[in-house]
Design a binder for this molecule. Structure first.
Ligand SMILES: *[C@@H]1O[C@H](CO)[C@@H](O)[C@H](O)[C@H]1NC(C)=O
Ligand SMILES: *[C@@H]1O[C@H](CO)[C@@H](O)[C@H](O)[C@H]1NC(C)=O
Ligand SMILES: *[C@@H]1O[C@H](CO)[C@@H](O)[C@H](O)[C@H]1NC(C)=O
Length: 630
């Protein structure tokens, strides 16, 4: 939209001032949202028509200012020029081992600068990268790696002491080349098993020139080609690789520009790079404007504001859990001495919104909704506490997004007697669907087409229309502010991670005395998201005893990453035969871990030793009051 048009529309909305102040505000907010979206769409369109990939955008930024600091890590700085040279080395080493166009590299690495140059290096030669969660263990790790059929697996040596060993243990089950990466070359690959074929990628880079690659090394790669795979638990089953195309990278990489993100920005990033919000949003937006990222292995409450002050941080990417930790921490002087003007992220709830904003004196909170795989987005531009953006009838039309009523039992969109879905009215809630058009496409998942098909809904408002289901439930207030409510289906969020209920029950079911397990999320006061609870049916003639509890504790400790270990167990005395599986889950979740309601034996996870302990009324009370941490 041109500026003149924008002014015209503002004048029209001024004219509507006569009607009512509230309506005036609503109209203005719609207009501003459209203005921001239009700028964004124009930027992306320009980027796409130039025929460039995101990696070309990166190289342009490097050419403009190679000395500019790109990454700060452990007080070390890495310029754009240096990172580019490293990426060129990565590309050359990859070529030398026979990795090329359309091959996939699986990267299992914690946050460190090498993550970024490996990521960029792969694109330099038209390859693809799958970023695997380095916390995973055993079967979940193996299935994540193999699901994207990589040609080689590169394993980092960062904060996870046992990561190389965990991957090496899978070696017999992985039919692909395995490399390790250790930036300190004298330590290179020291942890690989003697006699293991586990070559060191970083040593190979040391003898490789970092000058630009010959032109044309990625000629012919299209915007619609897959560039990266990011794992999401979706809503059912094990983590699935969502396809990130080169076009999606360009789109994500321009997301922050319309709200004033510039090359002066110094972004603090403590979220894991294997997540879309860190990789697709924070990192790509830093690159597209040539800004600086201050990277940390992981979030630290005690270092947070000190780091912000020390590095002149201007903005950071959050998840709600992070801000809750900060709000619950004793004051430090740095918390108001920093230069942070904006924070961007998701999952910040209304109850700590204002507390966070006032205590830490942050001007803008840009809470957004986005999904790794579905191209539906919304952003709160107006600091409305708890909201993820707006969805007025006008915006709904323009953005192809709708909220429809949900069937309580099946969790599917509700159908009326005509077989159509019904739009949610302000004041109530519904599941968000995105209309598919020739411009809006769903890239889906790598792997069985059924996984992708399951997400498509047909004949929603009229015969023959197609929508993709975000599986996310929102409520809408009278001013058309949108609030994220819940995720439908078989995953829940805990400590910033999606936990797949199937993954947890698969592990519990391996115990010899377990008949089956029903895993679901339950709310605990003071925590974002939901924590895992497992309702276990024992095999016939088995009773709960301390040995079984100990075995389950060991099982969880060895087979599940910390965030996925269920915090509550319930031993069901009998199978419920009256409800459907979904209903049963709903009922179990409703009763939760309330010792007043549940008559079955209950246990909770004592995090100090990661052991299950009986949950009595005293322990229950302590958990509610936050005296026992989960
Ligand atoms: C960075 O430097 C500061 C002060 O010089 C020091 O306190 C801090 O521990 C250093 N951080 C790291 C990660 O090395
Ligand atoms: C959680 O799942 C949703 C829906 O599949 C996905 O969009 C999101 O990126 C996932 N988040 C993480 C942290 O994996
Ligand atoms: C932060 O900004 C101050 C004042 O602008 C400057 O003196 C200092 O060198 C900067 N620190 C870093 C790490 O860039």
């Amino acid at each position: 939209m041109s500026f003149a048009m924008f002014v015209t529309v503002v004048v029209i909305c001024l004219a509507s001032f006569g009607i009512s102040r509230r309506l005036f505000q609503r109209v203005c907010r719609d207009v501003y949202t459209i203005y921001v979206s239009a700028r964004f769409i124009r930027m992306v369109r320009n980027a796409c028509t130039r025929g460039k990939l995101f990696i070309d955008v990166f190289e342009d930024v490097v050419a403009q200012n190679p000395q500019k600091t790109f990454i700060v890590f452990h007080n070390e700085t890495y310029s754009y020029g240096h990172v580019d040279a490293q990426a060129n080395r990565v590309a050359r080493v990859l070529e030398s081992v026979g990795f090329g166009r359309d091959d996939t590299l699986a990267l299992v690495m914690s946050n460190e600068p090498a993550f970024i140059w490996i990521y960029l290096g792969v694109f330099k030669i038209g390859g693809r990268i799958a970023v695997v969660n380095h916390h995973l263990m055993g079967e979940a790790l193996r299935s994540s790696i193999v699901s994207c059929a990589p040609k080689l697996v590169l394993v980092g040596d960062g904060i996870d002491e046992d990561l190389p060993a965990r991957v090496a243990a899978l070696k017999p089950a992985l039919d692909m080349a395995l490399y390790s990466y250790n930036p300190a070359s004298d330590l290179a690959c020291s942890r690989s098993e003697p006699g293991e074929d586990y070559p060191c990628f970083s040593s190979m880079m040391a003898n490789t020139p970092g000058d630009p690659l010959p032109p044309g090394t990625r000629a012919g790669v299209k915007l619609s080609d897959s560039a990266a795979f990011i794992f999401t638990s979706g809503t059912t089953g094990l983590p699935k690789p969502a396809i990130i195309t080169h076009r999606k990278m360009l789109q994500c990489g321009h997301n922050y520009r319309p709200v004033g993100f510039s090359s002066n920005e110094i972004m603090y990033l403590t979220l894991p790079l294997y997540h879309a919000s860190a990789l697709n949003l924070a990192l790509l937006n830093v690159i597209s404007v040539g800004a600086t990222v201050v990277l940390r292995e992981k979030f630290s409450v005690s270092q947070f504001w000190q780091d912000c002050v020390r590095h002149n941080v201007t903005c950071f990417q959050y998840i709600g859990e992070m801000l809750r930790y900060l709000v619950n921490t004793a004051p430090v002087p740095e918390e108001t001495q920093h230069k942070v003007w904006a924070v961007v992220g998701n999952g910040l709830r209304a109850d700590i919104w204002v507390k966070f904003k006032t205590r830490f004196q942050v001007k803008h909170i840009y809470e957004f909704y986005g999904s790794t795989e579905v191209p539906a987005t919304a952003i709160n531009l107006f600091n409305v506490p708890g909201s993820v953006g707006r969805l007025s009838p006008l915006l709904s039309r323009l953005m192809n997004l709708i909220l429809v009523k949900v069937d309580q039992v099946t969790g599917e969109p509700h159908r009326n007697s005509d077989g159509r879905c019904e739009l949610t009215t302000p004041g109530s809630y519904g599941v968000m669907l995105l209309k598919l058009t020739d411009k809006v496409q769903f890239d889906g998942y790598l792997g069985p087409a059924a996984d992708t098909r399951k997400r498509i809904v047909q004949d929603v408002l009229e015969a023959g229309d197609f929508y993709v289901n975000t599986n996310d439930v929102f409520s809408l207030d009278a001013d058309y502010n949108l609030f994220f409510k819940d995720r439908i289906g078989d995953s829940y969020r805990w400590k910033g991670e999606n936990v797949s209920t199937a993954e947890v029950s698969n592990v519990m079911n391996t115990a010899s005395f377990v008949q089956d397990t029903n895993v679901f999320g339950v709310k605990v006061p003071g925590y974002e998201g939901k924590t895992g609870m497992a309702a276990i049916n024992l095999k016939e003639n088995h009773e709960v005893d301390s040995e079984k509890i100990e075995e389950l504790s060991n099982l969880c400790r060895s087979k599940l990453p910390g965030y996925a270990r269920p915090r509550f167990l319930r031993f069901q005395r009998q199978m419920s035969l009256t409800s459907t599986f979904k209903q049963l889950k709903t009922d179990l979740a409703k009763e939760g871990y309330d010792t007043q309601v549940v008559r079955d034996p209950l246990y909770y996870l004592d995090r100090s030793k990661d052991e299950f302990k009986p949950l009595d009324e005293v322990a229950h009370k302590k958990i509610i009051l936050g005296e026992i941490a989960l």
